[in-house]
Design a protein around this ligand. Structure first.
Ligand SMILES: NC(=O)c1ccc[n+]([C@@H]2O[C@H](COP(=O)([O-])OP(=O)(O)OC[C@H]3O[C@@H](n4cnc5c(N)ncnc54)[C@H](OP(=O)(O)O)[C@@H]3O)[C@@H](O)[C@H]2O)c1
Length: 261
């Protein structure tokens, strides 16, 4: 039996949801390996957490779209003796029709959302299987169920993640490994521009706080819910989609998008 402390890896650890994951896991006594692109944000995050929680905090500055950066990060992950949690949280939004987007930007998003996630999971899973323990949470989005003009790559990369995580669940649940694809709806984080943060519907609060989303995620992990959709309204949206005729859905999203622009 190794003596290494329990350890969690979190990508996108400086963002709204990533920070909340980091705080929750540090509070549960996990040593942390935090990754994001901007070194000064990562340093500030590590210093803040180290002051509040008696856990070891390591950081890797890494642009997940950059192959060399990613290879270097994966090498460091391979060196870890023990990995209990992997939280794939890094991501960003898109607001352009596909043909208006440079192909390199589209590929960059595919690399951050899909390729890096697939490679992190492929790196940590064999160790988890060996220990017959561990959990992987990949942050997808309600957008995975909501294809829309202006976010073709965003929505489809998130849909990939849902399918990927569900398939993996079927491969590894017998080893006691927990899988989850977290699909938040609108959540107050820096992910949104100020304009988007003004999205409001009278009498309906579409927005959630990051901490509430993360608490929901941990509860669903315990319950064994692989696709985790936090919030009553978000769940209702997801469930209603099955019964809306597709042609009506296309018209509705077109209308919503034309109001945004
Ligand atoms: N907020 C929402 O309403 C919402 C809804 C549904 C799903 N989500 C998903 O939740 C996840 C976290 O979003 P958030 O709301 O916490 O957003 P956020 O506050 O903007 O945080 C995004 C995080 O991802 C990191 N990141 C982005 N691009 C990266 C790259 N190329 N390489 C490495 N790290 C990168 C950022 O690090 P740097 O600052 O260093 O770039 C940051 O730590 C995303 O996957 C997003 O799609 C968010």
């Amino acid at each position: 039996m190794g003596t290494a402390n329990k350890t969690a890896i979190i990508t996108g650890a400086t963002g709204g949801l990533g920070s909340s994951f980091a705080i929750h896991l540090a509070a549960q006594g996990y040593d942390l390996l935090l990754l994001c692109k901007e070194q000064h944000l990562l340093d500030a995050q590590a210093t803040k957490l180290a002051k509040e929680y008696p856990v070891k905090i390591n950081t890797i500055t890494c642009d997940l779209a950059d192959k060399n950066n990613l290879d270097n990060a994966l090498k460091k992950v391979r060196e870890l003796e023990r990995i209990d949690y992997l939280v794939n949280c890094a991501g960003y939004s898109e607001n352009k029709n596909f043909c208006d987007e440079a192909i390199d930007d589209a590929l960059r998003m595919i690399n951050v959302h899909i390729s890096s996630t697939v490679q992190f999971v492929h790196t940590v899973l064999p160790k988890m299987i060996q220990r017959k323990d561990g959990a992987i949470i990949t942050v997808s989005s309600l957008a995975a169920f909501l294809p829309a003009a202006g976010s073709s790559i965003y929505s489809s990369t998130k849909a990939f993640l849902n399918s990927f995580m569900e398939s993996l669940h079927m491969e590894v649940h017998q080893y006691g490994i927990k899988m989850q694809c977290l699909c938040p709806g609108l959540t107050h984080t820096p992910f949104h521009s100020n304009k988007e943060s003004d999205i409001n519907v009278p009498c309906i609060d579409l927005w959630m706080e990051a901490d509430d989303v993360i608490e929901h995620s941990f509860r669903d992990l315990e319950k064994g819910n692989i696709i985790s959709v936090p919030g009553f309204l978000n769940k209702s949206v997801k469930n209603t989609l099955h019964v809306i005729p597709r042609k009506f859905y296309y018209k509705l999203t077109e209308k919503i998008n034309s109001k945004k622009t």
